[in-house]
Design a protein around this ligand. Structure first.
Ligand SMILES: Cc1cc2nc3c(=O)[nH]c(=O)nc-3n(C[C@H](O)[C@H](O)[C@H](O)COP(=O)(O)OP(=O)(O)OC[C@H]3O[C@@H](n4cnc5c(N)ncnc54)[C@H](O)[C@@H]3O)c2cc1C
Length: 673
């Protein structure tokens, strides 16, 4: 049925519920971002989900952010996405991870009030103009033959025209974004019990995979897993080490940054315990009953979120593993046992808890389980997240092989923006990997593909010192503003922030203190900073590890009127720098040398990125290329030489061949150039 001959007969044969600019299938973290971005950009959008009550559900640990994921959330926010703003209202615990390490890996992470996060997202979506929400299972993608494009011999041969629900109702649109997460043909596995189900006991989506296969879209199958949920009253938390909230909670959204009114909803602790030798013995004694090792689970899981039994098998020398007991909301007793992800049979799960301090006799509210699901091979997409072989079809989220709410939301935002730009015949927004983690994420998935659920990590970004969590607004606000995704107020707030930061950097560079002055000497010594003679700019002083921007404002305890930097308060123009702005000033100075090196490396990187490959470039005659490179390049059609070089199977030698061929082609086309 999905191949449609003509719309006229379709409308005669079927109930057509409505015609839209854009259809988004799936209201998870990807679908919500995609739908809101598209509606904000003026597209008449309808968003489908299997059940509205699980919109933006968090089937795993209800935390947002974490290493590299925190950077993604701040980038989504700077680009006009909504995850950061919603999260800021549902914080129940905050931690800045890697705070003992450098600025390049600082990552905000916050525990969410899970059910309230969903409710708040739903009520927000219900207020968005141009956006309809609908509860229905989409079982088919409807498509027609696309007109042949002589100018683009490699163009898509099919085009999307709409979707059909399992109730046989048709919804028409020229663009469709699929963001079906972990629901396609999903099955939940606990021991040897296998049930066709979505996560959290929700229904699976059992039809759409066939429709994708009919469209000859390559599918894969992955698995992921989650631990049991425990009832707080049954835990011996007082025996365990507490991990408090950070002294200062920090919002994700730049709208709330340095705001005097923003407050976290709560600042709860979590608790730390450890698995024991007994835990290890129990799981290894029962390893043949693990579906991972009994063959029940056939697909690949996330390397960086392994189940406990997997950890024992893969890291036999590790005697114990930490377990964080995390709250999941203010009005629930449900505790998330982070580190105990498992799909072992329930009797083993129960006995396992008895082997861990603080969990003896723990009451389980939900069992740990594994889930297998269908997904797309992301190498069938281009950097705009369009499916290359089907005009108007886009894909985002876990369906593209990633793992994580943040990774999904980032893709959803980009797919939403680009579906609307495609409808308007405009060039897609491609975020380079040198500009944002969002760019690293999409480029890695689309160019390299993935053989396991892809989790973002700071090590994946070549320029992570430039892609910090504190400066996502500097890297993305202008794009968001020009797209119309952030308000004038927000844009002016961003401009004012960096104006103040730049003004202050100039002032610190030009303001000098004389180290021979007793007051200056006294203060520097009180800061444990040696003073040689002569005068120093504040910029030079701030390069010293023992000196912070804060400490420059130190007052001489003996003579309170004497401060090292008397002009600070007036100098910043409109107002004193907020904590985030002061942080940015300090980073710019203390990391100036490293940033300069990274910018030089970036320049070399951009050399290859700027070498565009024409859309009609024919690789088949380039016999100097390896056969694998010819096949991969023809299939994936990279946009530029940099991306071509990242496609697995394309060697540096192939890139050189391509460079020569592109130069020759340019000479042919522009003999005088
Ligand atoms: C058991 C489990 C454990 C996980 N563990 C981790 C982890 O440890 N770390 C981590 O980073 N991430 C983990 N995740 C992944 C995380 O949940 C996902 O990355 C994230 O939810 C993906 O967001 P998404 O928007 O792509 O899809 P989802 O959040 O899965 O949302 C998909 C949406 O699509 C809808 N839908 C699907 N098919 C259809 C259809 N045919 N018609 C209409 N609507 C449809 C669903 O109703 C839902 O609204 C785990 C997920 C699960 C299930």
């Amino acid at each position: 049925m999905p191949l449609i001959k003509d719309l006229k007969s379709l409308k005669e044969e079927k109930i057509v519920y409505g015609e839209y600019d854009l259809i988004v299938v799936g209201a998870g973290h990807a679908g919500c971002e995609a739908a809101v971005a598209a509606a904000k950009l003026g597209a008449k959008t309808i968003l489908f989900t299997l059940t509205l009550d699980s919109l933006a559900n968090m089937p795993c640990n209800p935390n947002i952010g974490g290493t590299a994921k925190g950077q993604l959330v701040r980038e989504i926010d700077a680009l006009g996405g909504i995850m950061g703003e919603i999260a800021d209202q549902e914080f129940i615990q905050f931690r800045m991870l890697n705070s003992s390490k450098g600025a390049a890996v600082l990552s905000p992470r916050a525990q969410m009030d899970r059910t309230h996060y969903q409710r708040r997202m739903k009520s927000y979506l219900e207020t968005v103009e141009n956006l309809e929400l609908f509860q229905a299972e989409i079982s088919d993608l409807l498509w027609m033959e696309a007109e042949a494009r002589p100018d683009l011999p490699f163009a898509a041969r099919k085009k999307i025209v709409g979707v059909e629900s399992s109730a046989g109702i048709v919804y028409l649109a020229d663009a469709v974004i699929i963001t079906c997460g972990t629901f396609l043909a999903s099955r939940v596995i606990i021991g040897d019990s296998v049930v066709a189900s979505g996560p959290d006991g929700l229904a699976a989506a059992n039809h759409l995979s066939d429709s994708l296969r009919e469209l000859e879209i390559p599918l894969k199958r992955f698995k992921t897993g989650t631990p049991s949920r425990l009832h707080k009253r049954s835990l011996q938390l007082s025996d365990l080490a507490q991990q408090p909230n950070d002294e200062v909670s920090k919002p994700f959204s730049y709208l709330n940054e340095d705001s005097s009114t923003w407050q976290p909803k709560a600042e709860l602790p979590c608790w730390l315990t450890w698995t024991t030798e007994e835990t290890k013995r129990l799981l290894l004694d029962n390893i043949d009953r693990s579906p991972l090792y009994s063959g029940v689970i056939e697909s690949v899981g996330p390397r960086y979120c392994p189940s406990l039994e997997d950890k024992y098998v893969k890291f036999p020398d590790h005697e114990r593993h930490h377990v964080f007991l995390e709250p999941t909301g203010l009005d629930t007793q449900e505790i998330y046992a982070s580190g105990l992800s498992t799909s072992m049979p329930v009797d083993v799960q129960r006995d396992m808890l008895d082997t861990i301090d603080g969990l003896h006799g723990a009451e389980m509210l939900r069992f740990g389980y594994a889930i297998e699901y269908d997904l797309l091979d992301p190498t069938c997409l281009d950097l705009s997240l369009a499916v290359r072989s089907v005009e108007g079809l886009f894909s985002a989220g876990q369906l593209n092989g990633s793992s994580g709410y943040e990774e999904a939301a980032a893709q959803g935002l980009i797919a939403g923006i680009n579906a609307v730009r495609w409808l308007a015949g405009k060039k897609p927004v491609i975020i380079e990997r040198s500009r944002a983690y969002i760019g690293v994420l999409i480029d890695d998935l689309v160019s390299k593909g993935t053989n396991e659920p892809y989790r973002m990590m700071t090590a994946r970004a070549e320029y992570r010192l430039l892609l910090r969590q504190d400066n996502a607004d500097e890297r993305l606000s202008k794009i968001a503003y020009e797209l119309g995704l952030i308000s004038e107020f927000r844009y002016q707030k961003y401009l004012a922030k960096y104006r103040r930061i730049r003004t202050e950097l100039e002032r610190l560079e030009t303001t000098k203190v004389n180290a021979e002055e007793p007051a200056v000497r006294a203060i520097l010594e009180s800061l444990g900073s040696t003073t040689k003679s002569g005068s120093f700019s504040f910029y030079e002083l701030l390069k010293r590890p023992e000196i912070s921007y804060e400490s420059l404002a130190t007052i001489d305890p003996e003579r309170p009127k004497i401060v090292l930097d008397p002009d600070r308060h007036e100098a910043a123009g409109e107002r004193v720098l907020g904590p985030s702005e002061a942080f940015a000033v300090e980073i710019e100075i203390k990391y100036a040398g490293y940033i300069k090196l990274e910018l030089e490396r970036l320049e070399r990187f951009q050399e290859l990125e700027s070498r565009e490959i024409p859309a009609d470039f024919d690789y088949s005659n380039l016999t100097a290329l390896s056969a694998e490179a010819r096949q991969k390049l023809s299939a994936q059609r990279p946009l530029n030489l940099g991306q071509a070089g990242r496609i697995s199977g394309v060697s540096p030698a192939d890139v050189s061949v391509l460079l020569v061929a592109l130069k020759a082609r340019r000479r042919e086309n522009e003999p005088d150039a």
